[in-house]
Design a protein around this ligand. Structure first.
Ligand SMILES: [Zn+2]
Ligand SMILES: [Zn+2]
Ligand SMILES: [Zn+2]
Ligand SMILES: [Zn+2]
Ligand SMILES: [Zn+2]
Ligand SMILES: [Zn+2]
Ligand SMILES: [Zn+2]
Length: 400
């Protein structure tokens, strides 16, 4: 049923075109030349619609075609004209139809033949059984009289319907396509032709087990490129050459891995070498170095020698020894002539620290550190030696 909210399709036919008697000369507005409405007349009786004459009253000096001035005071209403217009007879709007931009009368019984006065025409128009309404369904532009519209709307292709299978709501016009290609609930026959039927939404599951689905050999592409229907693949995979191929492939992979490993090892060796070169170069740049040793107590005061260390390519060590006369002496030994300065700090356990600093000494093979005979290794002793190399005989480039 078209409800009361149905959209009424209004006709755009003019009142003049609907007149039964087309001669309305005496009731013509001299401005719009149409039927006069809400009449205003000049003092000479020339009539015009209020709507047409109003703009003129707002302009100073406006005149009627007879020369009379036009303003709100000079114009008067014309009840005679208004009443005459109301009594004119018109056909119902629905007596006409638009054909190629022209209003024409219906030739058959499809139009309304009601004739009313203009005064009564509005009330007829509201209830005319020939009024047309627009179909209520979204996207439909069908206009029909109410009785026919009721029938149309029930079958309109734009009406919303629910799929019985999946409950989705869609336009009736799309239902066929939905069932044929989209509805997930509908049963479909396997596309591989295995003869099985299943709800469309489970197609992916079926493909996983379908005996007619094309699959690759279970040994994988690298071993075997064979593709066949699932139902034949079991027998195919029994062929013993698969295993032989698998062994060959595995060995090949192992060999490749080993080669890769060797390459990496070579790279590590190269990096180690590069680092050693860099360390040596860095060592040549360092001009000052501090060394620290802790030597245990030794009441017999044996000699002691530090490890060797390098500064700017010169090799040093500290020596703590007994001279020919039996006195304990401290020496810095060097492998080549160099000018150095040094600071030595010696602390016997529980004793006060002793510091000695010397600037720029040229030494050739060794240097005796004087005033050190007090230290005789009577208790654990900490020694910190800092040497700065000021100039030296450049070492020959090292080779590896
Ligand atoms: Zn006039
Ligand atoms: Zn007018
Ligand atoms: Zn009618
Ligand atoms: Zn419709
Ligand atoms: Zn469905
Ligand atoms: Zn199948
Ligand atoms: Zn295979």
């Amino acid at each position: 049923m078209a409800d009361e909210n149905s959209i009424f399709v209004e006709s755009s036919i003019s009142m003049e075109e609907r007149l039964v008697n087309q001669d309305y000369t005496d009731l013509t507005c001299y401005l719009c030349l149409g039927l006069v409405f809400d009449t205003r007349q000049c003092s000479n009786g020339h009539i015009a619609c209020l709507e047409c004459v109003k703009p003129l009253t707002e302009k100073v000096g406006s005149k009627c075609h007879c020369g009379e001035p036009i303003n709100l005071q000079s114009l008067s209403k014309s009840l005679v004209a208004n009443n005459s217009v109301k009594k004119l007879e018109v056909y119902c709007e629905n007596h006409f139809r638009l054909i190629n931009g022209k209003w024409e009368e219906y030739l058959d019984q499809q139009g309304c033949n009601e004739i009313t006065t203009i005064e009564q025409s509005e009330s007829h128009q509201k209830s005319c059984p020939f009024n047309k309404y627009l179909c209520q369904h979204d996207g439909c532009d069908v206009e029909l009289v109410r009785v026919e519209l009721d029938v149309h709307e029930k079958g309109c292709v734009h009406r919303l319907v629910k799929c019985d299978l999946c409950q989705e709501t869609l336009k009736s016009v799309n239902m066929n396509g939905h069932i044929v290609a989209l509805c997930p609930e509908i049963n479909e026959e396997c596309l591989n032709g295995c003869g099985d039927t299943y709800p469309r939404k489970t197609r992916d599951d079926h493909i996983q087990t379908c005996p007619d689905q094309m699959i690759g050999c279970p040994f994988g592409d690298e071993i075997c490129k064979e593709k066949d229907k699932r139902k034949y693949m079991d027998a195919h995979a029994q062929a013993s050459w698969h295993i032989a191929q698998l062994v060959i492939k595995t060995n090949q992979n192992n060999k490749e891995l080993k080669e890769e490993n060797d390459k990496l090892n070579n790279l590590i060796e190269q990096l180690d070498y590069d680092m050693m070169v860099l360390e040596t170069q860095l060592d040549l740049c360092i001009k000052k170095k501090s060394m620290e040793w802790i030597i245990p107590s030794d009441p017999k005061a044996s000699t002691w020698k530090s490890n060797r260390f390098q500064i700017r390519g010169c090799t040093f060590y500290l020596d703590f020894g007994r001279n020919l006369s039996g006195a304990m002496n401290w020496y810095i030994f060097i492998d080549k002539p160099a000018a150095i300065n040094y600071t030595i700090e010696v602390t016997e356990k529980d004793g006060p620290p002793f510091t000695k600093k010397k600037m720029s000494k040229e030494i050739n093979r060794f240097l005796q550190i004087s005033s050190m005979s007090a230290f005789q290794r009577k208790s654990e002793t900490k020694i910190k030696l800092t040497i700065g190399v000021l100039s030296y005989t450049k070492p020959l480039p090292q080779t590896y």
